[in-house]
Design a protein. Sequence first.
Length: 311
Amino acid sequence: MLAQHTPSFDLRLSDQLQRALALCGRHLSDAAPRVRAFLAQFADPPPYGGFKAIPPGARALYAAVLAEGGQDAGAPFLLACLLAAVRASLDGPLLARLPARVRAHQVRQFARMASHDEAFLPYCRLDGDVFLKEFGLATLRLYAGASSVIDPRSGIGRSLLFKGGLPGLPGRALLLARAGGFKPYFEIHVHKLYQDEFNEEGRNECYRCCADLYELHPEVLGMVAGSWFYDPVVTIISPHLAYLRTVPEGGGARALFVSHDEQAAKNATATSEKRRALHAAGQYRPASWTLVWAKRDQLAWSRRPDVLDRK
């Protein structure tokens, strides 16, 4: 039996699924078949597109639920789909194929999601970031990696080549050519509902998970991530966050400027009075950056004695 996959866990998951189906049943006469039909749309995910890609058939099924019962039906329907996906993944073949490190994190997330009840309903919007990350984990389209979730079907847009202007174009082109191209890459994302391991060791563990996952996904060229905290200025303003950039760079990764934008400003100033004050005073202009870590470099980092000793 997998760690944390216990009879009490199974009972809790079953109870929560039945409660979600009962909520659906107030508005839909055939909730369970519709849940099965919705999940079937995700059975064979495309090689690219990322966790936010929703098959047209799934969208049509969800639209029909909303047309029949509105959000009062739609939210519990998505909750039921999420819980049913967890149960299917626990019984499916892919979980057993995951590297042991990743599988342990995955089951820990399943145990967390098995307790979702009516309190989770406000997050149940088909295109909502929180729901898509939870559903991605539940369907194993996302992998759990300590500090972050890992999307194995992401890529890099060609526009990134030009974000540094013409002087930066040759270096960026060389970086991506050395990595092997524009897709596919592991892309890591912070997840709002699980930040217990958002620290330096949790981040290093995420990188180790990526390294272990290359065996399952040999087609993947490397790891990418995008955020305001890869900006080198953040190392000066918020030195406690420096590891987010310096650790990967010490292993051969490279951070690339993308843009100054509203979302970067919103995220960078959300949790820090110091960053808010500097931004308000015009002394700090948050920016979006992309981190690119080629597979060969990330694998070499994961095999270093100092990294192995901290596992």
